[in-house]
Structures are given as C-alpha cells and as structure tokens.
Write a protein that binds this ligand. Structure first.
Ligand code: GTP
Ligand code: MG
Length: 452
C-alpha cells in the first residue's frame, strides 16, 4: 500500500480551513467551526482513503505573522544567508516557538512535515501586509502551496485582487472553492491542480480524482433509486375501506405515505452524509401540518404548480383518490384512479346508472397523481440540493421551486404501479418482483434526467 500524501491546510484565522476539510472529507462533524477567530487550537488530521489516500491536517489560524516575521529577521538575519527551511527551523528551536508564537509554530512545524499545503483565503478580505507576511513565512517552508479562494459566492468578494497578489508572489495555480457551495467538479479541479504541484504523486491524484468522480455518480444514481422506490410504493398502494370507515382509511393512507416520504428523506440525508438537522425541521412531512409543506394539502400542490386530478381541489379528501372496488365489476381500478374525492362523487353521479346494483360499497383509496408529482418534485429538489451542498454548510437546506413533473403524463412505470398493489412495500403481500425492479430502475433514470 502506498503511503498517504500529507497535506496541511493553513491560512489566516477564520478563513474556513476547518470548513474546507469538512467538505473535502464529507464529514460535517470534523473539527470545530465557528464565526470567532482562533477556533482551531491544535493540529487535527483527517484521512481520505483510496489509492494511498491523503492525510489532511487542519491547523490553527495564523494571527501574528507581522511580528513573527520581524522576530525571524532578528534571530536569523538575512546576512546569514540561511535558506527558508533553515530559518524556520531556527525559529522552531527558539523559546518563542513555545511562547508568544506557539500557534504559528504549530502551523509551520506541520507544513514542514507535509508534502504540500492548501492556503485558505477569505476572498472577501482585502489583501493586506499581514497576508503577505503570512505567505512569506509559509513559503519559507519550501512546500508547494495551493491558494484556495473561499467565500467566492459572497457579494463583493475580491477574488481578482487575490489572484493578482498570488501571482506576484509566484503562486500561479489558484483554486476557487466555496466550502459551503463547492463547484460540482471542485474536487476534480483541486486534485488536478495538486497534481501539477506534486508531480511525483500525479498518478495517485488522478486515480483518486477519478474514483471520487465515480463515487459521486454512483451516489446520485443510488439517490434516484431511493426516490423511485418511494414513488412506486406510493403509486401502488391501495387501501380498501368499507364506507363507514372511509375517513380512518384515508387518514391511514396519508400517514403511510407521509411516513414513507420521511423514510426516503432520511435515507437520502444518510446517503449524502448529512444530518437530520440539515433539512429544515418543519420541512419533514410528518412533523408539521403546515399546509405549505403538507403533502395532502391542496395548497402544497398548488404552490409547486402541480395539477390535481379532476375535482380534487373541490373534494373534502383532496389528495386521496377514491376508486371503487368490487369483484366482478367491469369498472377497472384504473378508471377512476387519478380522480380525487370530489372527482369520485362527480364520477359516480355520471356513471351511477350503469353501476347501479353493482356497487358493493367498498372503496379503494389511493393517492392522487398530484401527490405523486409532488413527491417526485420534492425528492428531485432535495437530491440536487444535496449534490451541491458542502459539508461545511450550516444553514438548513431550502428547496427551490421547480418546473418539471408539474403536469403532463406520469412516467409509464408509475402508471403501471397504479395497477400493481403488490408493488407497494407499504402494503401486505408486497413482492419486489423482476418487473418492479426493472420499472424502479427506469423511473430512477427518468427522475435523474428530468432533474437537471
Ligand atoms: N458563507 C460561507 N461561510 C463559510 C465558508 N467557509 C467558512 N464559513 C464560515 O466561516 C466561519 C469560520 O470557519 P472555520 O472553518 O471555523 O474557519 P477556520 O479557518 O478553521 O478558523 P480558525 O480555526 O479559527 O482559524 C464559520 O462560521 C463558517 O461557517 C463559506 O465558504 N461560505
Ligand atoms: Mg479551524
């Protein structure tokens, strides 16, 4: 097994060093992150496995570089013509390395031990002499440094000035990488630039970058399979109810579907290594009855621009389509499915004569197409938000409004699921047969393709 590459993450305090490592290692619990400067006090490592892997080192922020550089000029005057690492060594051997400049000593010591450093910059900051002094100290360690411009989504950032200042210091490869909302190909960009700086490790970095790209694609595919599973379960679920228990059956149906969506959301958060609190608490289906988010409130559907089945908005049981169940009835289950409660009564009126004598009073409840559309939209939006979210993000996810899935025919696998009650994992007699597997995979592809 090859040895891990060792990379130190360095920079001024509070620029997002720990945040960057959270995002790069996909670990939202790594280290401590805070608005206050001086949050990280000690060096902490994180291992990124695969192809030898990378051992990352988070370091404390540099705060006293101006004074330290003066001190260094004093204890290792230029007239002695020591090279950079020798000057830094002299400082590290001096008593002040354990006194006033203890933080800086930890950083420089770690950088000397590493193969390279990422120099994290808060791109909102103006370029000041303290930064130049900081870079002079870091550069003296004679390790390749890659400047990383963080906060590049902030209004009025100074990325251009920073790029200019960096090139004046001989640092020509620069990476723009916002740790909260990193570019989708951010990792690829990072490892490509590191490969240029770390020629001997270029093959390993290219392999690692390829592996991370494949992982990303596989994760997205797995996410859409989770969403497709939810949709099939919901579309296939039919609950039968005697007329007097209609309200209870309807409540049961809704609970089952809400619970199923919740399970899907949890599985998605876990898949992407995020926590429950990364999704706004009241956005989870079971935890609120606020009509904006409740799956079964007509307003939730309207807000998303989703079309309801005929008459559903008028019906008292909006969202739950009612179908008639009766053995031997020529009226197939498919016929009234898609029409919600209001639609049913209109439908019965219309069909009343033809059906007379054949109705046994039993009804079958299933969810309206509109609910399936809303479920599809919400999972798509959540997945795409998770794809773009850095593990440094601390604000909960807010789903955008989207325009797909709002109208038009539902995809064929969902239509088929409508007439396959045994396909719902929420029902008794559930079977995950080959056809279900095939249709789920096809639906997952459709979801993934319509998301972008
Ligand atoms: N909006 C936004 N906030 C960020 C970004 N990166 C970091 N932050 C925030 O900036 C603050 C500092 O982040 P840290 O990761 O603790 O910074 P640090 O460089 O490790 O700080 P020290 O350990 O104190 O030197 C935290 O409040 C982060 O949430 C970013 O890209 N965008
Ligand atoms: Mg930190």
């Amino acid at each position: 097994m090859r040895e891990a590459l060792r990379i130190a993450v360095v920079g001024h305090s509070n620029t997002g060093k720990t945040s960057l490592l959270r995002t790069l290692t996909r670990d939202a619990d790594f280290g401590e992150v805070d608005d206050a400067a001086g949050t990280t006090r000690h060096v902490q490592s994180a291992l990124l496995r695969g192809h030898g892997g990378i051992e990352w080192f988070d370091t404390p922020g540099m705060e006293d570089s101006v004074a330290l550089l003066e001190y260094l000029d004093h204890i290792a005057p230029l007239s002695e013509r020591l090279d950079g690492p020798a000057r830094i060594r002299r400082f590290l051997d001096s008593p002040e390395a354990h006194g006033r400049y203890e933080q800086e000593a930890r950083v420089l010591n770690k950088l000397l031990e590493c193969d390279a450093g990422l120099y994290v910059i808060d791109a909102r900051d103006p370029v000041l002499s303290k930064h130049r002094d900081e870079l002079a100290l870091l550069a003296a360690c004679a390790r390749p440094l890659l400047p990383v411009l963080n906060f590049v989504h902030a209004p009025g950032h100074r990325a251009a000035q920073w790029r200019d200042a960096m090139s004046r210091l001989g640092l020509h490869a620069v990476l723009e990488y916002d740790t909260v909302a990193p570019p989708l190909d951010g990792e690829q960009q990072l490892y490509a630039r590191l490969a240029v700086l770390l020629d001997r490790h270029a093959d390993m970095l290219a392999e690692l970058s390829g592996a991370l790209g494949r992982e990303r694609a596989a994760r997205r595919q797995a996410a859409y399979r989770l969403a497709a599973g939810l949709l099939i379960d919901a579309a296939a679920l039919h609950l039968q109810s005697p007329p007097q228990a209609l309200a209870q059956t309807q409540a049961l149906l809704r609970d089952k579907i809400r619970g199923r969506e919740q399970a899907c959301v949890k599985a998605l958060l876990t898949l992407y290594h995020f926590h429950r609190h990364d999704y706004r608490a009241d956005a989870l289906p079971l935890e609120n009855e606020r009509f904006g988010m409740d799956l079964f409130h007509p307003q939730a559907l309207k807000d998303m621009g989703v079309q309801l089945g005929v008459g559903a908005a008028a019906g008292a049981m909006a969202g739950a389509a009612v179908d008639l169940l009766s053995a031997g009835l020529s009226l197939g289950t498919g016929m009234l499915i898609g029409a919600a409660a209001g639609g049913l009564w209109q439908g019965v009126d219309r069909l009343g004569k033809r059906l007379s004598g054949k109705l046994r009073g039993y009804r079958e409840l299933s969810v309206d197409d509109g609910v399936l559309r809303l479920l599809a939209l919400r999972q798509q939006q959540l997945i795409e938000a998770l794809e773009r979210r850095g593990h440094a993000a601390r604000e909960p996810i807010v789903l955008p409004q989207a325009a797909q899935w709002q109208s038009g025919p539902l995809p064929a696998p969902l239509k088929e699921a409508r007439s396959r009650p045994e396909w719902s994992a929420l029902a008794e007699g559930y079977v995950d047969d080959d056809r279900r597997k095939q249709q789920l995979a096809s639906l997952a592809d459709t979801l993934a393709q319509t998301a972008r």
